[in-house]
Design a protein around this ligand. Structure first.
Ligand SMILES: Cc1cc2nc3c(=O)[nH]c(=O)nc-3n(C[C@H](O)[C@H](O)[C@H](O)COP(=O)(O)OP(=O)(O)OC[C@H]3O[C@@H](n4cnc5c(N)ncnc54)[C@H](O)[C@@H]3O)c2cc1C
Length: 253
């Protein structure tokens, strides 16, 4: 049975037009679209939007994209990776131009969010483009006066595939409460001293907030990454209920 509370009826999200104000090339496979929706109620770090494309014959395709910008920013940043032979991502990367319009609805999601209110450490694990909602959290945290400690373990294919690399490193340099650890799965620079290959128990147990510190944990990325990371965290003693996860797609890493 569904119980509805007439005092606070569920609000239906309407589709609206957003203007593309800028397109930022992040890596060879990824761009950020800087959007200005017609009317935006604000969002929480971790939420996403739905994008809908309509062809001339009326055919529609709809996909979800996490919001990478913090609530404080005027424009909404969506960071999109090209999926080979994909229906929507190649269009967003290759066809969309500054000044174009898109249909969008949101913000969506109330579970995978970090409001910034909690004092507990924030433990973030990203696989590939799974960094996007976590980046919104880190950008929001960066604007707080006394933010809680944060750790980001970020798994990318190669050094060149790391998104927001300069921004993340600048954040770490100015903030001793933020720790950044990369895992490079496929290719590493010659002088690479960091983790090689997929994340494993050794990497997580050497770089963590112990379970006793009650970190809030957010894991985001391809399904295989999210499943591996969550199982490792549970094996290391973290309460499964403290681990929030978001899955982006079937493969990758
Ligand atoms: C909540 C949520 C947030 C998301 N946020 C982002 C984001 O911030 N940035 C982003 O780039 N994507 C994000 N995604 C994924 C996005 O919604 C699309 O699935 C992705 O862009 C592929 O769409 P497509 O139409 O290009 O490919 P499709 O036409 O849907 O798929 C083409 C082929 O690629 C496979 N495929 C589909 N998705 C992926 C994937 N993610 N990785 C590898 N293979 C895939 C399919 O199985 C299919 O074989 C998010 C997904 C969810 C559910």
């Amino acid at each position: 049975m569904t119980v509805t509370n007439p005092a606070s009826p569920a609000k239906r999200l309407e589709w609206q037009i957003a203007h593309v104000r800028d397109v930022v090339v992040e890596t060879r496979r990824v761009k950020s679209l800087m959007l200005q929706p017609a009317s935006w109620p604000g969002h929480l770090p971790g939420q996403h939007v739905d994008i809908r494309l309509t062809a001339e014959d009326g055919y529609q395709a709809q996909r979800s994209y996490s919001i990478a910008s913090p609530p404080e920013d005027e424009l909404l940043a969506l960071t999109v990776e090209r999926v080979k032979d994909g229906e929507v991502s190649p269009y967003l990367l290759d066809e969309l131009r500054v000044g174009d319009q898109l249909e969008l609805r949101g913000p969506i999601g109330g579970y995978f969010v970090w409001t910034g209110a909690a004092k507990e450490p924030v433990y973030l694990l990203a696989g590939g483009t799974g960094i996007t909602p976590l980046m919104s959290m880190l950008r929001h945290r960066d604007r707080r006066a006394s933010p809680p400690p944060a750790l980001l373990i970020y798994s990318a294919r190669s050094w060149e595939d790391i998104l927001y690399r300069d921004e993340l490193e600048a954040m770490m340099l100015r903030d001793s409460g933020f720790r950044l650890v990369y895992a490079l799965t496929r290719q590493q620079p010659q002088d690479w001293t960091g983790h090689r290959g997929r994340i494993d128990k050794g990497l997580l147990s050497a770089n963590w907030f112990p379970p006793a510190h009650n970190p809030t944990i957010y894991v985001c990325g391809p399904t295989t990454f999210v499943e591996t990371a969550s199982s490792l965290l549970v094996e290391l003693g973290f309460d499964p209920l403290s681990i929030k996860t978001e899955r982006f797609g079937p493969s990758g890493g």
